[in-house]
Design a protein around this ligand. Structure first.
Ligand SMILES: Nc1ncnc2c1ncn2[C@@H]1O[C@H](COP(=O)(O)OP(=O)(O)OP(=O)(O)O)[C@@H](O)[C@H]1O
Ligand SMILES: O=c1ccn([C@@H]2O[C@H](COP(=O)(O)O)[C@@H](O)[C@H]2O)c(=O)[nH]1
Length: 423
């Protein structure tokens, strides 16, 4: 074998090896592409790809033009299948294209058709549903926001964090914070005015004796705050008022019924007999008498440093409301109504239980039932009136005393939050 022949052989070998490497590389490349593409391919496409690959493996030349032309589509991602993130619509066979997302009128039309025009095909029906869904979603969200705006929940969290407080927060960032400690000497003032600095100050209600200030600098006492306590006879008003006052000494419990009973028992009172007859019949005593007694009791307790009052069992009718407004008016801040809810059956059971020890002339079945009727007819409309003004804090009075107490506490915090931050 000559040298030239040898050289030719070596060249051939080298060329063959180069061809093989090139073919191997192409095969690997194709396999990679297949792997990528076939992840999202239908079975028929996969089969097609496999056939092409086999063809390529058996192909004697590095890249047969026929194979190349068939492999071309595989190299480009376009025509066969888009990646999932590029797919605007799932392919459910719906050839019907709906209005664009921003085309409100178009969607409204489709949504209307849901009720008016029976769909002729599944895609049409689907489009109607999709358009209707937009309005249903918008309506529900809008309704929720509107109802939160119109009827904000009576929760201290809401009072503190609701969106309409945010502007206030932003504003407060640019204001100097109130001093943490007193900036001047305080002679004698209820700690309530420190706890609730927002409270307006009244110079009229409390008699001068309740405030001992230095002669040079009189300190006006805070305006008394009043929380009316209502609920059926035996709902547990008195029991929970006692709990509140035991735990929070700034609250004073004034029961309208107790005031009337004390007045009736006072031999000096000119109203004793009249009051007794009203009590026995479960009727509501004329408001002039009741409000006078309430004011007297409040002034007595204010002298002891009380500033917040639970007025239990009042106002019981519209006359009571008017009488209060005329006599007390804005000399006190009414925070709302703490309302205890319980069924008549439960209340009757409790009152009959209490009759064994209460000594009350009205704790007998006949008076109890009369009181229920008066309550339904005259007091419930007052509760409804305050409810309309969003001033009622309702407590479920049907549970055990302890459970009712825990619920009462929650409501009391709401009352405080609303009083401080506003409704
Ligand atoms: N949650 C309760 N479960 C069971 N018994 C209760 C509960 N709360 C109060 N009672 C009892 O029921 C009776 C009536 O309670 P309470 O005097 O507090 O009611 P009231 O609403 O103030 O009644 P009234 O309007 O007649 O003054 C009492 O004997 C009390 O111990
Ligand atoms: O504002 C009021 C409160 C009470 N009465 C009369 O007193 C009894 C008993 O009241 P209780 O709240 O149950 O202690 C009630 O039936 C009324 O007759 C009233 O006239 N006005």
């Amino acid at each position: 074998m000559g040298a030239a022949e040898n050289k030719q052989q070596q060249l051939n070998k080298k060329k063959k090896k180069q061809n093989q490497t090139q073919k191997e590389q192409q095969k690997q490349q194709m396999q990679m592409q297949m792997k990528m593409r076939c992840l999202s391919c239908e079975d028929s496409v996969i089969e097609e790809h496999q056939a092409i690959l086999e063809e390529l493996q058996n192909c004697p030349k590095p890249l047969d033009p026929k194979a190349q032309s068939r492999l071309q589509p595989m190299a480009s991602f376009g025509p066969l299948r888009r990646p999932a993130w590029k797919t605007a619509r799932r392919w459910l066979g719906d050839g019907v294209r709906g209005p664009r997302f921003t085309d409100v009128e178009g969607h409204l039309q489709k949504a209307k058709e849901f009720f008016t025009k029976p769909a002729l095909s599944y895609p049409e029906y689907k489009q109607q549903c999709e358009s209707l869904r937009l309005f249903a979603f918008g309506g529900v969200c809008g309704g929720c926001v509107l109802s939160l705006f119109l009827f904000p929940p009576k929760s201290s969290y809401w009072a503190t964090w609701s969106p309409w407080q945010w502007a206030q927060y932003v504003g407060s960032c640019f204001k100097a914070a109130p001093a943490l400690f007193a900036t001047e000497k305080i002679e004698t003032v209820s700690y309530q005015s420190i706890l609730y600095p927002q409270r307006k100050v009244s110079a009229t209600v409390p008699p001068a004796s309740t405030v001992q200030s230095s002669p040079s600098k009189p300190v006006a006492p805070p305006k008394p705050r009043v929380l009316f306590v209502l609920g059926g006879p035996g709902a547990g008003k008195g029991t929970q008022c006692t709990n509140i006052c035991t735990r929070f000494p700034h609250w004073s419990h004034i029961s309208a019924g107790d005031c009337l009973r004390a007045e009736r028992n006072d031999p000096q009172s000119k109203d004793g007999e009249l009051i007794n007859s009203y009590l026995k019949e479960g009727k509501i005593v004329p408001v002039e008498i009741t409000v006078r007694l309430l004011e007297k009791a409040m002034q007595k307790d204010m002298a002891q440093g009380k500033t917040d009052f639970l007025i239990d069992g009042f106002p019981r009718n519209l006359d009571n409301v008017t009488g209060w407004e005329q006599v007390i008016g804005d000399r006190a801040d009414v925070l709302g109504v703490l309302f205890f809810e319980a069924t008549e059956t439960e209340m009757e059971k409790r009152l009959l239980g209490r009759s064994a020890t209460s000594g009350r002339v009205d704790d007998n079945l006949e008076s109890i039932r009369k009181r229920f009727r008066t309550y339904e007819k005259e007091t419930m409309p007052i509760v409804e009136k305050y409810k309309k003004q969003r001033m009622v804090f309702t407590v479920d009075g049907m549970q055990s005393v302890d459970e009712v107490w825990s619920h009462t506490l929650t409501k009391l915090r709401e009352v405080e939050a609303v009083a401080v931050y506003g409704p």
